[in-house]
Design a protein around this ligand. Structure first.
Ligand SMILES: Nc1ncnc2c1ncn2[C@@H]1O[C@H](COP(=O)(O)OP(=O)(O)O)[C@@H](O)[C@H]1O
Ligand SMILES: [Mg+2]
Length: 305
């Protein structure tokens, strides 16, 4: 990592000797704040993600998140434009300077549709899903897994190009679990880093001798697809009611009928959301299915005119 100097005043921040002006707040999470800033030199907009690091471990995690961004140069994975660590009042703040993606998260788009009592047409779902799959493939091909796929961690460009973000939970795809202590460690980690209503079944009760791999992302991808179809996650209601998500993920996914989407899309959803990770497909298979469904969609819409 290169040397970074960071000087901060109330409305401007300096990263790598470049100044950025505060425009407005974008989001505020548990330990992170995201602001919209404008580069003084290039006039471009950026999202500045600041992570409060309470201890060395948190600092290390932020460092890892920055390194994960640096691994990828792909249109469907968010890049990192700059980074810095700031010391303020004895606390460390990690700053990630990210290209600003104008339309915001997939979740915000779905929320607006739900508020309007509208829905997402199948062609649009397939287009966005295609982008998500391409991003995931880039991650899986490098031997990593995202581990926190959900609609708030997918950004959309103006042309609906999906950009995967929030690489804070990403790690090596293959985790070999040997013994109950290691299983507990993985399970505790997942409880903290993988959002419960999108978490794969095998991460709720990790077996003493098993292999966790990138197919945890395929489960979450299925949940994201469900969310695009139904405008709410498959386990949002279970979670809100205080019922057990761990138990609910053991049952086959229930697609409310009648369903406006093609049988092909419904079947794809069912294949991704299979409880047993051994029976779950990999990203290449899913991507192939999405391409196939896109072709069918094109033919169908051509026949309509
Ligand atoms: N580059 C960006 N462009 C536009 N919005 C962003 C960007 N980065 C983050 N956001 C917004 O901030 C939210 C939180 O960012 P995220 O990295 O997921 O933080 P956390 O780790 O706290 O979940 C996102 O869901 C999105 O709404
Ligand atoms: Mg997030």
């Amino acid at each position: 990592m290169g040397q970074t100097l960071c000087v901060c005043s109330r409305s401007a921040i300096t990263i790598d000797n470049k100044r950025y002006y505060f425009i407005q707040k974008l989001d505020e999470g548990g330990f992170s704040y995201v602001d919209l800033v404008e580069g003084a030199q290039d006039g471009r907009f950026y999202a500045l993600k600041r992570i409060l690091c309470h201890d060395r471990e948190a600092r290390q995690e932020a460092q890892t998140e920055m390194e994960m961004h640096r691994l990828f140069s792909h249109p469907n994975v968010l890049s990192l434009a700059g980074h810095a660590f700031m010391e303020r009042a004895g606390k460390t703040e990690a700053c990630l300077l990210l290209p600003y993606i104008s339309r915001g998260s997939l979740w915000s788009v779905l929320e607006k549709l739900r508020d309007k009592n509208s829905f997402m047409p199948e062609a649009r779902i397939l287009h966005i899903l295609h982008g998500i799959c391409a991003g995931l493939k880039a991650i899986h091909d490098k031997g990593y897994a995202h581990r926190d796929m959900k609609p708030t961690n997918v950004l959309l460009e103006e042309d609906d190009r999906a950009v995967l973000m929030d690489l804070g939970s990403m790690n090596r795809a293959r985790i070999e679990v040997r013994g109950s202590r290691e299983a507990m460690t993985v399970q505790d980690w997942a409880a903290q880093r993988c959002t419960i209503s999108y978490r794969a079944p095998e991460l709720f009760s990790v077996e003493s001798h098993c292999i966790i791999d990138d197919r945890t992302d395929i489960w979450s991808l299925g949940c994201v697809l469900y969310c695009m179809m139904m405008l709410e996650g498959p386990f949002d209601l279970v979670f809100q009611k205080g019922d057990s998500v761990a138990l609910a993920v053991q049952n086959p996914v229930n697609i409310p009928q009648p369903c406006r989407y093609s049988q092909g899309l419904q079947t794809l959803l069912g294949s991704a959301m299979v409880s047993n990770p051994q029976e779950r497909p990999d990203i290449n298979w899913v991507l192939e299915q999405v391409r196939h469904l896109q072709t069918l969609e094109l033919v169908a819409s051509a026949n309509m005119v």
